[in-house]
Design a protein around this ligand. Sequence first.
Ligand code: RP5
Length: 177
Amino acid sequence: MPESTTSEARDDPTSSGRVRVGIVMGSDSDWPTMQAAGQALEEFGIAYEADVVSAHRMPDAMLAWGHGAHARGLEVVIAGAGGAAHLPGMLAAVTPLPVIGVPVPLKHLDGLDSLLSIVQMPAGVPVATVSVGGARNAGLLAVRILAAGDPDLTAKVLAFQDDLRAAAQAKGEVVRR
Ligand code: RP5
């Protein structure tokens, strides 16, 4: 995990500077998967912080992070973990913020264990689970959540969707040629 992304906001010149999203993961070994969430946020100029807060190896620190997230001004949490992936659910239990869970695939079970650990939450404690390894979509979902109250950000999301559509259509034209 790059030093610059640990425990501090990324220095992104396109962002407003206010850290709005917290990306947390169970281990620094999750960062190669989770960094795609940060990249998506950067594309929309959203400042974020990234931390390791293991649910099992540092439970007190994990709960303190979750309890403090809203008060510190965060608006969305993206939490990734692999195996017995309890981090997203435990954070959702202690914060009022929306939590997006990213199942990180490990070498055994292809991430199915991570997926089931994150997605099967009890009623009343929601975690919005993306696909196994789907950290980019987690970042994009965080952007959409923030865009709900932000017309400028909504315009960026619409432009992004236009670009996606144009790219898909261009590929279709290559196939039909
Ligand atoms: C989980 O254990 C972490 O989220 C990570 O995916 C997995 C393995 O962690 P390391 O042993 O690589 O630190 O809690």
